[in-house]
Design a protein around this ligand. Structure first.
Ligand SMILES: [Cu+2]
Length: 122
């Protein structure tokens, strides 16, 4: 009887540890294409929901932490070419992004002297 109780206790402990987590993560994307890419990349086993909001730049992700870790999620996004609140973007992947998807900070850095994208400033 005592063994059954112990077994039950262990099973319930496992269930508690393998929990579904819903989290909001800042992902520095820019447009609707970014949204598609980010959400598609997170369509993997262990993640049951992923939605990125273009206006707030917040990704809402629901995942099973026994299958995927928060770090894996940051890594996936970084490898895609986007920075998160916790991880810098993979530079090689970021370089391959379409110009509309690259961080706007990089555009600002070209300075007021140059024409083109920089003259669009409000
Ligand atoms: Cu984009």
């Amino acid at each position: 009887m005592k063994n059954i109780f112990l077994a039950l206790l262990m099973v319930s402990t496992l269930v508690v540890f393998a929990k579904t987590i819903t989290q909001k993560i800042l992902v520095k994307g820019e447009c609707g294409m970014c949204k598609e890419k980010i959400e598609k990349a997170l369509d993997v086993p262990g993640i049951s929901f992923a939605e990125w909001n273009k206006e707030t730049k917040m990704l809402t992700v629901r995942y099973n932490d026994s299958k995927i870790s928060e770090n894996d999620i940051h890594m996936t996004i970084s490898n895609l070419g986007y920075a998160t609140a916790k991880m810098a973007a993979n530079t090689a992947s970021q370089g391959k992004l379409d110009s509309c998807c690259k961080p706007k900070e990089a555009v600002k850095a070209c300075g007021a002297a140059k024409a083109g994208c920089c003259t669009k400033k409000k």
